[in-house]
Design a protein. Structure first.
Length: 307
């Protein structure tokens, strides 16, 4: 069975992707066997997801390795991955060699001839993208056919704007959801103007926007949402303000959160993470649910403005 998931084009490229992809940061965790993870990936692709976002560092490399085993060189799927920065006494940084060698390593683990989207997995700061190593390595990899799209997974509006204005990227991965979109706002119009593709990470704010957490109630140790660190309590409180609106939909807050991201048509696709086949199915169903209404949008904007 295949879901009828809409597709959108990635910027100026000839790649189109399902509007909902799969964020693969959980793939390879030791909660499932390798065979079970491969089954999850194959099921996602069978249901019509064509975009998979992974990284060198996810599950210590296992995410890429398992995706490689599941999909290899399939050309009907778009695989986005990320190279990690060097982290040592001199700080966190990319060099020409670290990007090029990182990409070679991704190609080997993913068992692909070409990486569709190669992102640097740093902060995306101005310093990071204006370093000539970024442009030189990305251009070299693109010209040699090892990557299709040059990209940065960014948390920095300043870095993103510089990268777009200087023609350094074909795609940016940004955070965009009901409660966290500040750095995205200046990027959206500029990316549209320059036809730069955007991927929205964390549509559920790492899970807070599914409605499973409640203000004042403890979150289990080791839960991934704890990666939000000091802002977790604020995230949960911010999400709570959308509960009533979410509860009015059959799919609840998760559906509202997903539809909010998909309503922004300057962002071609979003990449929710999932740790089970059931979550993948729910996420697709959330993506195929009723679009945000004008009335919901007014209420969402009122809540966002009141924070
Ligand atoms: N620096 C970067 O480049 C960067 C940073 C963050 C994310 N990303 C990318 O963006 C993707 C998405 O981000 P994310 O995974 O951190 O956040 P997310 O998509 O907002 O949340 C995913 C988490 O929410 C929970 N969840 C997912 N579907 C659910 C459902 N249907 N019902 C209830 N809970 C559900 C799962 O956690 P539990 O079930 O354990 O609660 C899952 O791990 C990542 O996989 C990665 O590809 C990139």
């Amino acid at each position: 069975m295949q879901y009828d998931i809409p597709h959108r084009k990635l910027g100026r490229s000839d790649l189109t992707v399902s509007v909902i992809g799969l964020g693969c940061n959980r793939i390879g965790e030791n909660i499932h066997t390798e065979a079970e993870w491969i089954a999850l990936l194959e099921q996602a692709a069978d249901w019509g997801i064509t975009l998979f976002d992974t990284a060198t560092q996810y599950a210590g490399g296992r995410s890429q390795e398992i995706i490689g085993k599941a999909f290899g060189n399939r050309d009907d799927l778009v695989i986005a991955t990320k190279v990690s920065p060097i982290r040592d006494d001199e700080g966190t940084r990319f060099t020409y060699e670290s990007i090029v060698e990182g990409a070679e390593n991704c190609l080997r683990l993913l068992r692909r001839d070409t990486i569709d989207v190669l992102q640097t997995h740093g902060s995306g700061s101005l310093e990071e993208v204006s370093n000539p190593a970024f442009a030189d390595a990305m251009n070299h990899l693109q010209e040699s056919g090892k990557i299709r799209l040059r990209a940065s997974a960014t948390f920095s509006a300043e870095g993103a704007i510089y990268a777009i204005q200087n023609g350094l990227v074909d795609l940016l991965q940004i955070t965009y959801n009901l409660v966290d979109r500040d750095h995205a706002m200046p990027i959206l119009p500029l990316a549209a103007e320059h036809t730069i593709a955007l991927l929205a990470r964390m549509p559920y704010q790492r899970g807070s926007l599914t409605g499973k957490f409640h203000p004042g109630q403890p979150v289990a140790d080791g839960h991934r949402v704890r990666l939000q660190g000091d802002r977790l309590a604020d995230d949960i409180a911010a999400a709570e303000r959308f509960r009533e609106l979410g509860d009015a939909r059959s799919g609840g807050m998760g559906e509202l959160a997903m539809q909010y991201v998909l309503h922004e048509n300057r962002i071609p696709a979003t990449i929710p993470g999932a740790r089970s086949i059931d979550q993948v199915r729910t996420n697709i169903e959330n993506a195929l649910a009723k679009p945000i209404t004008d009335e919901e949008l007014r209420e969402i904007e009122r809540i966002q403005a009141a924070r």
